[in-house]
Write a protein that binds this ligand. Structure first.
Ligand SMILES: CC(C)(COP(=O)(O)OP(=O)(O)OC[C@H]1O[C@@H](n2cnc3c(N)ncnc32)[C@H](O)[C@@H]1OP(=O)(O)O)[C@@H](O)C(=O)NCCC(=O)NCCS
Length: 189
């Protein structure tokens, strides 16, 4: 295939991909695509994990902010988000929680298409600030978000405290208490 043919094919593909609202029948396809994209990497973010409950609950609570990209009935990308209003703030935030494109479709402008539709939905909903987060090493995503106009990255550091020793101690104490109370019961009897 010549370079010119490759460019023509990629443009043709790009034109065929449509973005639409996610529907209930898309749940499984979106979940499995996300599984390929996210669970292979350690943790796209620490406090959310990609599992079927994540997809179902976002679809249930914010179906209007769940979009898919489709190429001839095949789901090739998705954008799932929500809105956040904080008490004591008149500002409404939009949060693009998950964005993923089938790797064989990368670099064809599909994420851009999904993002622009997502941004329009957020604007119609009165959102003033859009938020995204990603790992510091996810350069593709960082480049992508910068290209979409995101800036002012805020560093966030996760610290960990291992509570396992205390948990074991607590369990041991509880088991001891149970044994003692049984003795006491027998004694009282
Ligand atoms: C990040 C991701 C969504 C981009 O999807 P995509 O459809 O390939 O992106 P687009 O084709 O719309 O790219 C638009 C722009 O983003 C930037 N970009 C996208 N992928 C890039 C990469 N791998 N390296 C550098 N820049 C990249 C480019 O500036 C590109 O513009 P250009 O094509 O004119 O150079 C995709 O790589 C992906 O699904 N990654 C895995 C999941 C993920 O990390 N999601 C984000 C966090 S939830």
């Amino acid at each position: 295939m010549t370079a010119m043919q490759e460019i023509m094919d990629s443009k043709k593909k790009k034109a065929l991909v449509t973005v639409r609202q996610m529907e209930i029948d898309d749940l499984a396809a979106v979940f499995h695509l996300g599984e390929r994209l996210f669970t292979a990497r350690e943790a796209p973010n620490l406090y959310r994990t990609w599992d079927e409950y994540e997809v179902i609950s976002l679809f249930q609570s914010d179906s209007e902010f769940c979009l898919v990209a489709e190429d001839e009935e095949k789901i090739v990308g998705f954008a799932l988000g929500t809105t956040v209003t904080k008490s004591h703030s008149a500002w409404k935030y939009g949060y693009l929680v998950w964005l993923g494109i089938d790797p064989t479709y990368h670099g064809q402008g599909i994420a851009s298409k999904l993002f622009h539709r997502f941004r329009d939905l957020m604007l119609s909903d009165g959102v003033r600030i859009l938020l995204v987060d990603t790992e510091a090493e996810n350069l593709a995503a960082l480049h992508f978000f910068r290209k979409m106009g995101f800036g002012n990255p805020q560093e966030h550091i996760y610290l960990a405290l291992n509570l396992d020793p205390q948990l074991k101690q607590k369990k041991g104490r509880r088991a001891n208490d149970k044994t003692h109370s049984r003795y006491r019961l027998r004694y009282d009897d």
